[in-house]
Design a protein around this ligand. Structure first.
Ligand code: SF4
Length: 52
């Protein structure tokens, strides 16, 4: 959420099975540039960029 230049990483609407509110990728206007800053900056390596 902190590093996406397009502001596309937001809190999810629901808690996960562990009771935590995870981050979610929300891109209804197709603004993602594929820069991969989100993946590079994720401390848990939970995000992978997929080439389209
Ligand atoms: S690839 Fe870049 S623009 Fe797309 S969600 Fe990640 S940080 Fe944001």
């Amino acid at each position: 959420m902190e590093f996406c230049p397009k502001g596309l990483i937001k809190y999810a609407n629901q808690a996960n099975s562990g009771g935590n509110i995870p981050a979610a990728f929300v891109d209804v206007e197709n603004k993602c540039t594929g820069c991969a800053i989100c993946a590079i900056s994720c401390p848990e390596i939970a995000i992978k960029e997929v080439l389209r």
